[in-house]
Design a protein around this ligand. Sequence first.
Ligand code: CDP
Length: 772
Amino acid sequence: MLRKEDPRFIRGMGRYCDDIQLPGMLHLAILRSPVAHARILSIDTSAAEAHPKVKAVVTGAALAEKGLAWMPTLSGDVQAVLATDKVRFQGQEVAFVVAEDRYAARDALELIEVEYDVLDPVVDVRRALDPGAPVIRDDLDGKRNNHIFDWETGDEAATEAVFASADVVVSEDIVYPRVHPAPMETCGSVADYDRVEGRLTLWSTTQAPHAHRTLYAIVAGLPEHKIRVISPDLGGGFGGKVPIYPGYVCSIVASIVTGKPVKWMEDRSENLISTGFARDYIMRGEIAATRDGRILAVRTSVLADHGAFNGVAAPVKYPAGFFGVFTGSYDLQAAYCKMTAVYTNKAPGGVAYACSFRITEAVYLIERIVDCLAYELEMDPVELRIKNFIQADQFPYRTKTGWVYDSGDYEPTMRKAMELAGYDDLRREQAERRARGELMGIGISFFTEAVGAGPRKDMDILGLGMADGCELRVHPTGKAVVRLSVQSQGQGHETTFAQIVAEEIGIPPADIDVVHGDTDQTPFGLGTYGSRSTPVSGAAAALVARKVRDKARIIASGMLEVSVADLEWRKGSFHVKGDPSASVTIQDIAMRAHGAGDLPEGVEGGLEAQICYNPENLTYPHGAYICVVDIDPGTAQVKVRRFVAVDDCGTRINPMIIEGQVHGGLTDGVGMALMEMIAFDEDGNCLGGSLMDYLIPTSLEVPDWETGFTVTPSPHHPIGAKGVGESATVGSPPAIVNAVVDALKPFGVRHADMPLSPSRVWDAMRGVPRPP
Ligand code: CDP
């Protein structure tokens, strides 16, 4: 089925935040810190206030008077809305101007005088805990260092015992650099506060409108029922639109102060330097195995750079997100991870960029270290993986870090990818090319993801349980509307959720409207990120449709004058068993439910239902990826020649949309593996603040993707579906890096860090030590 939303997107008729125009609307611009770490000595706003088009200039001090200068982050830290005492990263919000138009607001920023006392910044994460390192968060009571948390998972002693007796132990230092989700649409909001009704309407670029509304109610003290958050069409989110950013809060304050609607839209640089980054993990990976390639245990220690405020978006009990799945797709005897997170003078974040809370880092670690082991054992990386896979009859499989994988059948997926790629022929071709001095690499990755957070007993965001509501109304004429608590950012929910409901209730998808992204019109739920829409909200949609169908069955029994047990459901109609002529369609039943005449005893009129779905477990999609690269020995430029992706996301709702999701994720992977990094100079200046510095891939850098699939349904999901939106972003970076490292094997290279730009590949070829 083609996407229902595309006619509006293709014709440029999407309605994004920046398309919102309200009568009398003012415009907000934010003054940002030019330095990474400094004490604010004074702020003079008088010249800006005198600008003829300026309506208000607000500083941190003004917000502090109202108790609004600081706000909670999603991980329970606090973050400055506007700096009061110090600035802690380059690009931090210092003041804002509200003016009649966007240009005047920007002009007036230049009239604000800020006197800074520049302090030494903490830029190198490895130095953050040094004695005498500048303390970034002196706003926190008694804080004397830059330590945020220590976290561990697995069994340290058991892992040590396995390592001590293993034939082979391989270690490698592996860096997952800081990257940015870089959605096409930057962040923004339009706040409209009605002083008479005390009602706030906020259009904002959020992936989680309901959770945001509750947090605004708690932080700003506005009554929740008087707040309406609308997330219109979003130009991509990728996890970057989960946090609440200071700009959203500023626009609310500005509307309350001026009594007018106020719009704030970031520009590209603001988005790249100040909104949630992703990754930034320095990992030491260790793997223990027998000489014949049986993997026994993995162990890792991680240093996590969280920036100036801990803005990690993850369920509260999981400070390192779902990094605990770093044991991958392998049946191990033991595993252990130890992590330390620190503050640095960089933008806050740690968002789940197209992945389920740090799974990208986990998959990269295991898939890289398994390749390092294959290198040492001189074993084919596919053979090593297949030998260690969790077997189909071991599911549900409890990992050594406590995750229960719901279902999987790994070897057929791997074999399918090998078949599509022509793996044996590729290896033969590689041998021939190597003999001619050419650099061709073949990279494998095999991943298992954990997507669909909750269940709510284990997972919450700031006390809000991770579940999702869904409401279905069938109108008298048999047309329906389904209301979701999740919010699409381009994934095609208006199509796939209509399909899910259609499959259950037999109304054609074209007759089912999907409403999402408006707290006044949809039931409460935690929103879209971490590929949770299909596993959680998709389940809710199927179950609410079944609930409506159950009621329809009772009404049908009255219409056909038979007992409920005598009815048989065939998609779209109930039939009397043994009497082919006696049937009613769902449309007939809808009219009857609303029409004249009696309904069976105890049945209320109408045909609608609402549920809140709390998932029993996460779903665990998996996939096998094979990448072929060629490296120019003269320029060290990597070209991805082929990429084969075989994904298993259980029951597939819309194959075309799945393919699109996979294409996008693979493209993301090329970006991270070869081009993308938010770097900083020694003063803490962000070196990735524009799309000329922060390179993202285009169609020119990617091959024609070759995709395939296997289907292993989730046993606990009502329709057996698992998530897919993030699989390819998670699975592709290790495949590409493994391919590049494989190409460099003749130079004795066992590892090289992303992004594998020509200069890094060139250094790896020449044995230059890796950058710190
Ligand atoms: O949460 P998010 O929508 O980002 O991710 P998802 O649940 O993995 O779904 C991404 C898109 O792929 C949605 O439109 C899904 O309905 C669709 N999908 C599908 O057609 N079949 C699946 N088994 C999983 C997702």
